[in-house]
Design a protein around this ligand. Sequence first.
Ligand SMILES: C[S@@+](CC[C@H](N)C(=O)[O-])C[C@H]1O[C@@H](n2cnc3c(N)ncnc32)[C@H](O)[C@@H]1O
Length: 193
Amino acid sequence: MEFEYTKGVYAPREDSFLTVEGIEKNIDVVSKDGMVEVGVGSGYVIINIRKYCDSGIFVGTDINFNAARQARTNAIKHGADVHVICCSFTRPFRRNGLPRIYVFNPPYLPSDPEVDVNLTDDELIALVGGEKGTEVMEDFLKELPSPSVAFCIVSSLATTLEDLERSLKRWSITVVAERSFSFERLWLVRFSD
Ligand SMILES: C[S@@+](CC[C@H](N)C(=O)[O-])C[C@H]1O[C@@H](n2cnc3c(N)ncnc32)[C@H](O)[C@@H]1O
């Protein structure tokens, strides 16, 4: 699938591919009602998942307006019925107004003042998840109605799975896909309550 990117929009890479791979394995969870992808970036994840599902509501959000616009353009180009809006998390929506299946490949790197100073605002928002690296994801999870299922990328540079379980007591945590690189391990974690 060919995607268009504009400057400042996160281009798909290993974490995006791992997200699609993990959701494909759990497609039965998504195919009934659809899903919400927070932080769609170019739209790579939600557009690839949409093609497996005949029905359901597919909504993408991104806090970066250029990303929201890019995702919508890519959805139209690929004939994918995906709605996209620019906002933080899913804040403008009614609490019970969306499918309860969420996907978020969040900014997950711990902040590093020496590196961050060289990043643009868009790069910072796409990459850095806070001092530990998990803060943006944790804020997102806190806002979800119960019950929900959320699939999120987590990096070993930010946390361990044991720490995650200790700090996020509301959630039952399962790894649905993982991959190792020379410097980090990435997990696609399924949170359910
Ligand atoms: C790591 S990128 C992932 C992009 C895309 N989903 C992918 O996998 O290729 C993180 C995305 O989350 C967006 N983002 C960061 N904070 C957000 C928030 N509070 N609400 C919505 N989107 C957010 C960023 O703008 C960026 O597009």
